[in-house]
Design a protein around this ligand. Sequence first.
Ligand code: NAX
Length: 337
Amino acid sequence: MDSLLEPVSAHSTATTPVNVTVTGAGGNIAYSLLWRIAAGEVWGPQQKVNLTLLEIPDAVRVAEGVAMELADSAFPLINTLNVTDDQTRAFDGTNAAFLVGAKPRGKGESREDLLSANGRIFTAQGEALNRGAASDVRVLVVGNPANTNAYIASKSAPDIAPERFNAMMRLDHNRAASLLAKKLDVPVGDLDGLVVWGNHSDTQFPDIEFLRAAQHQVGDQIDRDWYVGEFIGRVAKRGAEIIDVRGSSSAASAASAAIDHMRDWVQGTGGRWTTVAMPSTGEYGVDKGLVFGFPTVGVNGRWSVVEGLELAEFQRERIDRNIAALREEAAVADSLF
Ligand code: NAX
């Protein structure tokens, strides 16, 4: 089903449209994400797309309204546009799936309730992908708890190589990069060597030990007290900060991160590091299968974890904290499904 030696894209001619599925199509993130896919920001300005929008039956009418607006935008790159509440149809032949839809935590619900509700969704979607997705499928899980949802979807799709399931930590990465650029007073595009290890949750570890600006190491220019006492927690809690100020959760920045992630997966990063949460094959002592944020480069249409980094005790301890948290979530998921 899967070959790591495949070309960058199976769509060698721009005349073969890419089949793209977006779940949660009636929601906030999709309202920004769909427009940027349609504008060619992932596959380029020549590549047509067949867009399929998946929603739950209760919200499918909203997704139909979104599709009407997409049609009204007259994007030349949209080849076909479909709305459905049938996940078998939604994932049939898909080359790229953005799994944005998820069930939010309800009042009084425990973490186990949340994992259970989302586990059902991501088990069913993993199974549908396993049945129908194209052999070159790339799956990006955005819906929370993203890492464990990706873990569950991958486990439910035994015929699809695990590395084809990613969880999104690019928003955490972009948030960290933006704060660091401001602190160092350098353009954000000059930064490299940044990683956010672990889980898209409070334990995440934005790590500056390997940080470079315009190719020079700059981690030691950053005040240690600010880094440990303020920066790490601020990145992890940025979502709450946005809700507090904006009155609703990150949507355009999340969509932007999803575009960055999928574009870099398809087109590569030109040697630059990014953060990708993907199933571990044992790198840095992370249990095999846990979907973990690693320093990664995109090469020839696939991700490659940056290996061999020497870790100080502080880094090791923060990474281990994330391993423990994800191990716990995976154990709950395994017991439920
Ligand atoms: P919204 O509540 O606006 O939209 C979610 C949509 O998903 C709803 O329309 C809902 O009907 C739909 N949905 C639910 N279950 C579905 C299913 N089984 N199939 C298809 N559609 C389904 O949320 P939005 O603001 O768009 O956020 C979506 C998800 O992204 C949430 O889980 C959120 O927590 C998560 N986020 C993840 C981020 C990340 O960095 N990984 C950051 C942003 C965001 O918080």
